[in-house]
Design a protein around this ligand. Structure first.
Ligand code: AKG
Ligand code: FE2
Length: 434
């Protein structure tokens, strides 16, 4: 969809994963409490987290479950033919048994179910600043983001944990969800997991290991160029934390592995995306379990959802452009990557092209008085979508070189680094000479 638009100047983190919408909308979401599930003739309701009931009127029509396949008996070509090429979700089992994260990051609990080893995180990964979503406050099209240290986040989690309290009397306090933590970048020497072969053809993170996706000329930090952010994340949240309805950044694929805990996913296929938008195709539903206004979103009730409960050690493949909403049904840690490759590059281009048209329309009224209208469009496009048309063409050009060198077994990053070194030495010596 090309409707993911923030007004220029909004502070979208370029490596946040969700690509969400548009102009400010009033915060009318009473966050998720109850999922109404209509099957056949009856409507079932299911409690998702502690708290009040969802207002009547919300209807989530679940028409099927996501397929589950044992990843150990699936070949790469089968994965491509059955899921990646046709752009269909799947849950893969049996792929995480050797991961260090499964061992270090969890404590064993009842019935072989593990729970997060929070003390391990506080001790071993004392990140000074992590991004945390406050699941009960909406800010534009996403949850309100806060920054805090890992220790503060863990302290909050422990203080508010219901585990072990017989009266269920939890402190009424914000449900905080650590999201988009660039774990691999921050702790490159700690190998928490290996990317399963099915998801290894990843042009996005391969590129970002040596280049930034977008460089704002007003804000360039050339010295730091090599430390470009990536789309490899860890998510950690207590039972009840959740992620609002969205499609992923750049219309990338994502994969998400539960190191421990369980998640409920609701998926909507791309051909139905228009059903969750308002009449002007400007804003989309934030929380599908909310009392979605029929007046604002007249077609919402027609949407047909696929559901999946993802267990510990299972990996879900999220195809391009599928809207999804996610709820942690237990205290959960997951590893999530976004990526694209030849199979979904067309979707990335379609999104960029659509967003470019929206960017232009948005400032059409100042075209005549702008010195550099096209430049402004590209700047806004990058601010809202994470890259602009120039970034995309540069990406494609460099990518060909990277893929060629990879094929011929040359280490691209060492060539790139030595070039950079030579360039900076030249700049240094001319600076000294001057
Ligand atoms: O686990 C979550 O809360 C959200 C994950 C997600 O949206 C994704 O992996 O694409
Ligand atoms: Fe997502």
């Amino acid at each position: 969809m090309g409707n993911d638009w923030h007004p220029a100047g909004s502070s979208l983190c370029l490596t946040c994963r969700s690509q969400v919408i548009v102009s400010p909308v009033p915060d009318n979401s009473a966050s998720t409490r109850r999922l109404r599930e209509k099957r056949g003739s009856g409507t079932q309701t299911r409690t998702l987290s502690n708290g009040a009931d969802a207002a009547a009127g919300s209807r989530v029509k679940v028409v099927g479950q996501v397929e589950r396949v044992d990843g150990r008996s699936l070949t790469y070509l089968e994965f491509v033919d059955r899921f990646m090429k046709p752009n269909l979700p799947v849950v893969l089992t049996g792929l995480t048994s050797s991961w260090r994260s499964s061992e270090d990051w969890t404590l064993s609990g009842l019935d072989d179910r593990h729970r997060p080893n929070l003390a391990f995180f506080a001790q071993n990964f004392p990140s000074p600043l992590v991004q945390v979503a406050d699941c009960s406050s909406r800010e534009f099209t996403d949850q309100k983001r806060l920054e805090m240290s890992m220790q503060e986040f863990i302290d909050h989690w422990v203080r508010n944990s219901c585990t072990g309290l017989s009266n269920g009397d939890c402190e009424a306090s914000a449900l905080l969800y650590l999201k988009d933590w660039h774990f691999v970048k921050e702790y490159p020497d700690y190998v928490a997991y290996t990317t399963p072969t099915f998801f290894a053809d990843d042009w996005l993170n391969m590129y970002l290991d040596s280049h930034p996706m977008h460089r704002d000329p007003d804000n360039a930090n050339h010295n730091n160029e090599i430390n470009c952010a990536d789309y490899r994340f860890v998510y950690m949240g207590a039972k009840g934390t959740w992620t609002p309805l969205h499609a992923d950044v750049f219309r990338s694929y994502s994969w998400s592995a539960n190191v421990c805990g369980r998640k409920l996913w609701l998926f909507l296929e791309p051909s139905q995306s228009h059903l969750i938008f308002d009449r002007n195709l400007r804003s989309s539903v934030y929380d599908i379990n909310d009392d979605v206004s029929e007046k604002q979103f007249p077609e919402f009730n027609k949407a047909e959802w696929l559901e999946c409960i993802q267990e510990q050690n299972e990996i879900i493949f999220v195809p391009s452009g599928w809207y999804h909403q996610v709820h942690n049904l237990e205290d959960t840690i997951s590893i999530n990557h976004n990526w694209f490759n030849a199979y979904n590059l067309q979707s990335v281009w379609n999104l960029l092209h659509d967003d470019y048209k929206v960017a232009k329309e948005y400032i059409e009224d100042i075209r005549d008085i702008s010195d550099d209208f096209e430049g402004l469009c590209q700047r806004n496009l990058a601010a809202n979508t994470g890259m602009n048309l120039y970034d995309f063409f540069i990406f494609l050009t460099r990518l060909q070189v990277i893929l060629f060198l990879k094929k011929t077994n040359c280490a691209y990053s060492s060539i790139y680094n030595s070039e950079r070194l030579q360039r900076s030495q030249k700049t240094d010596s001319s600076r000294h000479a001057g």
